[in-house]
Design a protein around this ligand. Structure first.
Ligand code: PAF
Length: 283
């Protein structure tokens, strides 16, 4: 429990702070875009359990937003974020500006082929290139041993794991379970966009998961039939499906046969808000 948190806004100061930490100490890093909720705080808690030092970054990364996306309206409240983090054992918050992260003339990008172009990457071209670039930069500045990430962004974790492996970063991505509202909606900073009516309808993503699990429990083995029923339910609540796919959790290859260790990835629009969710199935 900390009263006031060390907030660092320059790369140089962050490097200086980092260089003062003994090499034997494990650094846990929680990258965020702020507007923190219990999902983010569960990552901080996990870092507190496993790491000697916990560093959180708060940065709304412009390069992962498409031109018609919500960069300008993305919710921000740094005072509230710092207040929430002050209740945890956070050693430093890295809160850089865009001038700091992408100075004039910036021109280097990190991209994971293949995995970045499907599902969310197909609907949001360039999104994962922005994510892998900013996370690479943050890794180079903070040099953590563990990076804590929420499984709600399941594809993001798969892409970043591949980047870490391919570029020999020598660190571990630690996926943490999705945190849900009491009624089942996966926590997301973007839930703030939902009107009261949309908030009720948004539950259809979770309800569709329960339906799928129930069908499987009762013996359904036809993936197409399960997706069709999920689709119908979401559409009946006014949702517009982007994708629902049954995939292998690391390669994200689409599965045609129902078997153990499958992740179901889903994205849908509720009004103009794009929500994602996913769940694991065992047969
Ligand atoms: O998951 C997020 O909030 C962002 O994609 C991340 C990992 C902080 C990179 O900007």
């Amino acid at each position: 429990m900390k009263d006031s948190i060390r907030v660092i806004d320059s790369i140089q100061e962050m490097r200086e702070y980092r260089s003062m930490i003994y090499e034997t100490k494990n650094i846990g890093f929680v990258p965020t875009m702020g507007y923190l909720h219990e999902g983010h705080l569960s990552l901080v808690e996990q870092s507190n359990r496993e790491s000697d030092i916990t560093i959180v970054s708060i940065y709304v990364n412009p390069s992962q937003f498409g031109t018609n996306e919500d960069l300008l309206t993305y919710p921000r409240d740094i005072d509230r974020d710092l207040e929430l983090l002050s209740k945890y054992d956070v050693d430093a918050v890295f809160y850089p500006s865009s001038e700091e992260m992408y100075p004039e003339g910036y021109s280097t990008w990190v991209e994971v082929d293949g995995l970045s172009n499907k599902f969310c990457g197909a609907s949001r071209p360039g999104h994962f290139k922005g994510v892998t670039t900013i996370v690479s930069k943050l890794i180079n500045i903070i040099r953590p041993l563990y990076i804590y990430m929420g499984e709600k962004d399941f594809q993001q974790i798969a892409v970043l794991k591949k980047m870490v492996e391919d570029l020999d970063y020598g660190l571990y991505i630690r996926p943490c379970p999705i945190v849900r509202e009491k009624d089942g909606l996966a926590m997301s900073s973007r839930n703030a966009y939902l009107s009261p009516e949309e908030r009720i309808n948004a539950l259809c993503l979770y309800e569709a998961q329960l339906m799928a699990k129930d069908m499987i429990y009762k013996g359904e083995r036809d993936i197409h039939a399960i997706i069709t029923k999920m689709n119908r339910h979401i559409t009946s609540k006014g949702g517009k499906i982007d994708y629902i796919e049954f995939v292998e959790p690391d390669s994200l290859e689409i599965k045609k046969q129902l078997e153990d260790n499958i992740r179901v990835l889903m994205a849908a629009y509720i009004g103009s808000t794009r929500l994602i969710d996913n769940f694991e199935i065992t047969v």
